[in-house]
Design a protein. Sequence first.
Length: 308
Amino acid sequence: MTLAKYISDLLYRYECVIIPNFGGFVTNEISAKVNHYTHTFYAPSKQLTFNSHLQNNDGLLANYIAASQNISYSKALEFISKETEQWKFLLKNNELDIENIGSLRLNKEGNYIFEPNTSVNYLTSSFGFSTFNSPAIKRMEYQQKVKQLKTIAPVLPTNENKTPAFIKYAASAAIIFALGTLGWNEYQKITYNNLVAEAEQQQQQVEKTIQEATFVINNPLPAITLNVTKQTYNYHVIAGAFRESINAEKKLKELLEKGYNAKILGVNKWNLTQVCYLSTNSKNEAINTLNSIKKSVSKDAWLLVKEY
């Protein structure tokens, strides 16, 4: 499998996939939309972008390749490095087409220009949905047809001196029905107004009872003032940064079981949750710990410095 295939697989499950020393592909979910000019409907999807500043290895891509190919983590990093070197070489003079992801090229200033592949939808909840066109509804044509229809009234026999009996009965029935309807509506209004008045009276009684109730505490407890100083640290030896918080918690548990004074630092500006081996205000302690961890535990550990 090519590196592009592994990246594509991960984009279905994660919002960000970082290629160490190259850049990161980031997805943002967008809702369904319609083009009113072409009458085209588009399903919800993930909008794919490229950020060349995301170069620090978070372990996601390398671990996935190692598990898929049944190789070591270091071998997976070598595989990624070789692929990205070929990409950089091609980008010097040509446009790089990454399968199912998009195309990359360099502009005159040496910046990456990314064009995403819109034929692939990485939003799994939209699986099976496709773009479709709907013909426009011709409302004006239907309105004109309605206007052409004419109501034909029945022609009754006329008699200047005598009104037919059935018309008299129909008119009488209509008058009686109208009077009955008016009477029923009036009765409903009176009943509703009575219910509203009764509810307002009950509410006023409840408010009066609450206002009359007085609670007095003769011996209130004295106020307590606590002076708490937040502990801050300037140096953090980072074990990893994770897109999914559950992975960060697993890493934290692993480090705590090994005896490290580990903790979760929170979410950084790239929306990644950082986990550290150690936090300290001593620069020497941080550097010594980092060197020790790089030699015996993980070469991917790095030092984060925060100035407060």
